[in-house]
Unconditional design. Structure first.
Lengths: 103, 493
């Protein structure tokens, strides 16, 4: 497989993730979609690094994995806090502020 | 080596202070953590202040970190603004912290981590370090927004901010990957060199990447089409966190936007100009609609903060058209917006601490009779936010609009002035509510404590910034602030 195939795969994964964030209401699925987008970007970085014959890109993707992990920690903590409060992780169950706007 | 350590000492102090506060967070010591964090911030502020005016531009620890962190006059000025902003935010909320039980040591540790992220953002000279600093600041602020997890509003605000913020972070990473693919580097200097070495039409991938990076930054400052979260998050977050997001975080974001626009993408200015103009128009008009429709003061200020971001985008657009003088007007506007909005939010926090109200327009009926001094100061802040002459907000808008007209953006400046007139409606609505209704309540005593003294200071600063040039000799004037900003901008070239 040529590196271009990987670029295509990365773009596809990013698109799937984006659709997931927009279309799904379950916060856990939203979280997984965002992770998918981030992993797609890492794949793109590694592929670019291969195409250019430069190790820098692969190192960048390693650095970014650390940042993604930090984001995952706060996202999961938030999901737990929300679940404890309402026994639900459906985004549509948390609409108090937006209703206030319409009232 | 030692000199470079000295240069980053303020940032190290903030991190060490945050770690120390974390260690102390569950100790039952009779300890005022708010004052402790203010002390740490003040130490860092003093150290940074001692370097103000020095002309230098050093890549910190170039042998280890490459050219990813820079210390120059630009970052020094932004550090001062961020540290001063955080310090005033913490001090002005003194009463509010005392009135709520949930502010423990972790809260102040998170505030300091967020301040560290913002400072690092103004030092970033590379997209990866910019992204990591942005995430340090954002992740701390996500946690701060949902800090009062017993309050359903706070939880909901955190949910909205985290989901949309992570999405924006993913777009930043995509942009970064595309820029890396196009240029082989993420260092701003190398990207600028790449742009200069290649013909204009060979930059498609770079421009798309840069576009994604910009989308993230504009999301964070709340420019319209990316503003869906602003009002809800500002409303749901605890008041001190709203202040931190509305003023200090915005300062840090404009630091990195200015660095990218003035340094790295300056050569691509022709391309940026059109999307920015569309964004300006949308932000000014959309933000006005947001602010007009609110009945809660906190939500109204949140909506108007979108409009204020729009004014600064006008100046940013003037920069992309080659009028680099406009960058000083952004700096001055950031300071003027900071002073007026922190003052206004400070009064809200004072009232929330003492009277436990929802703070709608209804609650302010007759405020001018029950709290005459606070009402007078609130009027000053509203006048300043609306850009009334003789306040600092007027000068800020004046510099922005002249910059836009110099760059040939007459229509955009006209729209800005029109939106400023519209903004008079929702700001003066509050003033009218305060004075045009009777109240059964008797006049409240105006007591001097940390919060009220700081609100008073902000009110004096708003007026002094507008007229005080010749009245107080030996004190720096708005012209000196502009001079300072100009000096800082020159260090970017």
């Amino acid at each position: 497989m040529s590196p271009l195939h990987f670029l295509l795969l990365g773009t596809l994964l990013f698109g799937i993730g984006l659709v997931g964030v927009i279309a799904r209401r379950n916060l856990f699925v939203v979280y997984m979609s965002i992770e998918l987008m981030l992993s797609a970007v890492n794949l793109l970085l590694a592929t670019f690094s291969r195409i250019r014959g430069d190790e820098g890109g692969a190192v960048l993707s390693l650095l970014l994995i650390a940042v993604i992990a930090a984001e995952a920690a706060i996202f999961l903590a938030m999901i737990i806090a929300l679940f404890r409060a309402k026994r639900s992780i459906d985004a549509h169950d948390f609409t108090q502020l937006s209703q206030e706007h319409n009232a | 080596m030692i000199y470079e350590l000295f240069l980053i000492l303020p940032m190290m102090l903030i991190v060490l202070g945050a770690l120390m506060l974390m260690l102390l967070s569950h100790r039952e010591a009779p300890l005022n953590r708010n004052m402790l964090s203010v002390l740490i911030l003040a130490l860092a502020f003093g150290l940074t202040l001692s370097r103000l005016g020095e002309a230098h531009s050093v890549f910190v620890f170039e042998a280890i970190f490459g050219r990813s962190f820079i210390v120059d006059s630009f970052s020094t000025l932004f550090d001062l603004m961020i540290l001063g902003g955080a310090m005033l935010t913490l001090l002005i909320n003194h009463d509010y912290f005392k009135s709520r039980h949930y502010f423990d040591g972790d809260f102040f540790a998170l505030v300091l981590f967020a301040v560290f992220g913002m400072m690092a953002l103004s030092h970033a000279h590379e997209l990866i370090s910019a992204f990591i600093s942005l995430e340090i600041a954002s992740l701390s602020i996500y946690a701060l927004v949902g800090y009062n997890s017993d309050n359903p509003k706070s939880r909901e605000a955190m949910m909205k901010y985290v989901v949309l913020g992570s999405l924006a972070g993913a777009l930043f990473m995509l942009g970064l990957a595309l820029i890396y693919g196009a240029t082989g580097s993420t260092e701003l200097g190398a990207i600028a060199a790449h742009i200069a070495a290649h013909p204009q039409d060979a930059h498609t991938m770079l421009i798309i990447g840069g576009f994604f990076v910009m989308v993230t930054l504009f999301f964070k400052i709340g420019a319209v089409p990316f503003h869906a979260w602003v009002v809800d998050v500002y409303h749901g977050a605890p008041l001190p966190v709203t202040m931190l997001m509305a003023s200090t975080f915005k300062i840090a974001l404009f630091a990195v936007i200015l660095r990218i626009y003035l340094g790295d993408f300056a050569a691509l200015g022709d391309f940026w100009s059109l999307p920015l103009q569309i964004l300006c128009v949308l932000t000014l008009i959309g933000g006005s609609f947001l602010a007009l429709s609110q009945s809660n003061i906190k939500r109204m200020l949140a909506g108007s903060s979108v409009v204020h971001a729009g004014y600064m985008l006008i100046a940013l657009n003037a920069i992309t058209l080659g009028n680099f003088n406009a960058s000083e007007s952004i700096l001055f506007y950031l300071m003027s917006y900071f002073i007026s909005s922190v003052g206004a939010f400070g009064i809200l926090s004072f009232l929330a601490a003492h009277e436990h109200k929802q703070l709608t327009f209804e609650d302010f009926k007759g405020f001018g009779y029950s709290h005459p001094y606070l009402a007078a100061m609130m009027s000053i802040f509203m006048l300043s936010l609306a850009g009334f002459p003789s306040t600092i907000g007027f000068l800020g808008k004046f510099y922005i609009f002249t910059g836009a007209i110099e760059a040939g953006q007459i229509a955009l400046a006209a729209l800005g002035i029109f939106v400023a007139f519209v903004s008079i409606f929702y700001y003066f609505r509050l003033i009218a509510t305060m004075y045009f209704y009777d109240t059964p309540k008797t006049e409240q005593h105006f007591g001097f404590d940390t919060t009220t003294v700081l609100i008073l200071l902000m009110a004096i600063l708003s007026i002094w910034g507008g007229i005080g040039t010749a009245l107080l000799p030996y004190l720096p004037t708005p012209d000196a602030l502009i001079e300072l900003s100009r000096h800082a901008i020159t260090s970017l070239d």
